[in-house]
Design a protein around this ligand. Sequence first.
Ligand SMILES: Cc1ncc(COP(=O)(O)O)c(C=O)c1O
Length: 423
Amino acid sequence: MTELHSDDYANAEDAADPLRSFRNEFLIPRHGDREQAYFCGNSLGLQPKGARAHVEEVLDKWAMEAVEGHFTGQAQWMPYHELVREPLAHVVGAQPSEVVAMNSLTANLHLMMVSFYQPSIERTAILIEAGSFPSDRYAVESQLRYRGLPPELCLIEVQPDEPNGTVSMQHLERTIAEHGPRLAMVLWPGVQYRTGQGFDLKEIARLGHNAGAIVGFDLAHAAGNLPLQLHDSGADFAVWCHYKYMNSGPGAVAGCFVHERHANSTRPRFAGWWGHRQSTRFRMGPEFEPTPGAEGWQLSNPPILGLAPLRASLELFERAGMEALRAKSLQLTGYLESLIRERLSAKLQIVTPDEPERRGCQLSLRVAGGREQGRSLFDFLATQGVLGDWREPDVIRISPAPFYNNHADVVRFVRAVEAWQTS
Ligand SMILES: Cc1ncc(COP(=O)(O)O)c(C=O)c1O
């Protein structure tokens, strides 16, 4: 029988992979005379080969047509953001009018909270996870202070209740119920950045809404990783970035979702001219009249050069489909998990939940012996061309991305850890 960790097994699985050709759509960094085993899509996804052509198209148009580029050709700049609307809606399971690509994640989070966090006398509290991504915490805390509310009283942080630092739904449900009457907003991640835990967004939206709160999601680690159904989840809003699993480049233009029921919202918002109704925007009138839907939260005319790689990436998502990507992701991360359990369990502890429905592609690993051993392994992996990333205090994140990783990469990771063990 072919052993699970053998090249034969890995190569056979890769040959049978229906998405195998997509690896060749990406530029994989090199390590010496071979490709890296790149497991860092949770941080920065690889460059689609098509990105350069889209960026060059914008540069050429600018060179040759200058201001006329706003109005000419198929990819004219005036409605350029609309080119990404439908494919983006497919990736996150939304209606096209519910999504917009704009700004950065944290900026979008602030814009959403300006509209959707509306504290009343009884309801002032925002519930987040303890250990949330720092930018989310800073954003939430600064929104509270901006409204003259003390974070010590109004910020509720849900502590992990499971041994590896993950949070059970029962615990989350209890905490939401406990604070229900004073909750104004629940802000929760789709996938937790440090532990890799994935959450049932529909259930969290249901619990938050039942308690009378607004529910928003940070999908930085979920977009392009899990097949989301944002519309059906019922969430009020969501924000995410496009530089991780969305492969759109460093600091890429981010994403934002506003549920259809808020399409014509009269909630307060921080407005800008690009959010004004398209048909009358250029009358340049003094009164702001929002475009219905998520686009009504836009501030500025979009950075076309920044949107160009997102177009290239979304073309790949359209071709592959989130369901097929997830099927491969389940297989690949399951393979990584099996090999770690079979061969590396004396050294590596998997922090991420075992249940595939409670995680995306990332496995977060702790190394026996603590932080120093962890750093030692992490540094050794890099010398072998195996790239994960490190999150303080002691976690190595390894994320096989179904677009460009394969079983052979996973075997390389395992062999590198074994070499470190014996070194
Ligand atoms: C979970 C999470 N939230 C927020 C951010 C901040 O994103 P940005 O710098 O794009 O605002 C990140 C960045 O990695 C993240 O991982």
